[in-house]
Design a protein around this ligand. Sequence first.
Ligand code: ADP
Ligand code: MG
Length: 720
Amino acid sequence: MNLLHELNDPIQYLKGVGEAKAKKFACLGIKTIYDLLTYYPRLYQDRSKVNRIFSLQNGQKETFSGIVIGHTNAAFHRKGIKLTKTCVSDGTGYVYLLFFGGYNMEKTLPLRTKIFVTGRIRRYQGEIQVTDFEYEIIDEKERELLHTNRIVPIYSLTEKVPASIGQRMIRQAVQQALEKFCNIKDMLPAEILLRQQLSDYYTALKNIHLPESQEEYKKARNRLVFNEFFLLQLAFGISQKKIATTEAGIRYFTCGKLVDTFINSLPFTLTEAQKRVIKEIMDDMSKPIPMNRLIHGDVGSGKTVVAACAALIACENGYQTAFMSPTEILAEQHFLTLSRLLQPLEIRLGVLTSSTKKRQRDNLLDRTKEGKIDILIGTHALIQDAVIFKQLGLCIIDEQHRFGVVQRAALKEKARDKDNQPITPDILVMTATPIPRTLALTLYGDLSTSVIDELPPSRLPVITRCRSEQSMDKIFSFIRQEVSDGRQAYIVYPLIEESEEMDLKAAVTMFEELKKVFPEFHLGLLHGQMKVQEKDETMTAFYNHQINILVSTTVIEVGIDVSNATIMLIEHAQRFGLAQLHQLRGRVGRGGHKSYCILMATEKIANMVNSNIPLNQIDDTIFKGAKRLQTMCETNDGFKIAEVDLEIRGPGEFFGTRQHGMPELKLANIIYDAQLLELARKEAFALLKNDPFLTDIDHQDIKKTFFYEFKDRIELGSVG
Ligand code: ADP
Ligand code: MG
């Protein structure tokens, strides 16, 4: 008996495959039995319901059976392609199967052959026809019908695959493989299968490909999804254990007064969610093991204040904090915000980016090294070798998904204790992209998570509409009216074709245009290629209300906080991702004024968005774009938006698979299968609790499989 991944036999030796076909399979990445059996169907068609010909519905995909009663070779004018019509009857009517390309159908389908056909029915010139169909000959000797009269698997075929490889070929090979290797071993211990009521592995494989019923399919899928999650969570469990056992952390005293003083000094009261998360952080920090906590909360949920509390605890204990942000403008903004908030407490802050002037930079580095800076805020400039801390104990990383794992580790390296010895710091990761809990578990399974699931009461939902060029005049007069009332507006241009040059040009050109449209207002321009000082000046002018309308590229995406701004106009909105759109919209609706987000798109997309037709054809770019904009119009809830985003894009693309070392999930969907993920996590952690190094004789198959799946991806330290 073999584990599935041990089945490395080339598929060439399967009955009916052979060398030539094996080459074609290789185009799909299928070389071995393992590859083939884990090439799961993309979808299924229920062809188990066989209809009588007289009842076939025009335009529907239907299955019927019958006997071949004749062939006619019709001349098909276009491009000299020959057309053969094969007539099939079941006694209740006739259907013509249309074959293009001059096949010898008399030979392939001799008269009186019994066949099953599934295809889309059309009534044309008084005939019932099918053009897009699959058929299977009923051979009384054959054991089982594969392509029709059953639930039929449909596999993905990419464009790169030769036309001669088809669904039938894959199905046949799969069927052969399943027959030949019917004793594939289960890697999971029987007790887990029993406890979670999972079917055995071979049955699951068989039924994922060739289910006899919906129920069988569901059970099979459950089992295989569980498997994927189980292995993944095992990996997290192992790396977490490694952190806990090998690294001692800082035990902070958290009963000081600084945090309370700070909270009392704020011009607002914290939300319950903020209070809860601050408490979770304090609990972590007071323990001798290092904190590894992820905070996720929607745009504007007030993460900065929470992070400041953590920094204050570090500060009170004599430790410095490094606060890393993804962009210069955001680092600057954090610096300004925190300076303002922490001023009464006499906390010493600094900001370091790649455009900090040399003299200032040298001074800053000196003070950091001497311990005269309590919180050093910055971009990835913080991880440069020149940056040396006297006693760094806390790393706060904002918008983490923009940083690679490497940067995170490099920052960690800089931590020092009071004797200037290396130490493992506490880590707080903040993300403004609200991550569905299930995704957090899969992506950051090694971090504890806190959610700020409540917005400050002053936040109003932003009224969001999708419009096209045609409505431009109306929109301009709306902006004019709002700005005349004292409000401010953002107009944003997307990154076009990933080229900053073009991006810039579009924004600059439009800036000039808009100045003509709004001669009575002050317009400002903000883009990524401006000097920091220029950016600062523009931002400050916008803060101070000297600029009414800010025209910008996406540099304003994160963190900008001007509560008087009420309009966010986004050009070419269909080009933005959902997370980005949500971030942008989060720039307005921050004060007491009603706010608006106007998403500009092509007329076609705007019509689709506004038509209320459910947009479910999500593999099409236009549909995807429209679906994103429709979602924005429907909800302000960041978590819902993140879920739709995940649904449209898939988890790999959500953050970029490679950066996170996240293995691709073949079958599991972290939204729909959330429950299974939890169960798998429980089982995986329970197993590791009893057998942390997978030494148990019953766990050897898991161990082997685990190593096979993760050998390149996860540092396994002591295991194995
Ligand atoms: P984000 O989570 O998007 O980083 P910020 O921390 O930037 O949010 O907070 C956004 C704005 O809300 C800031 O101006 C901040 O001072 C303010 N704020 C934070 N917490 C509260 C609260 N509990 N009540 C009112 N305003 C708050
Ligand atoms: Mg923020």
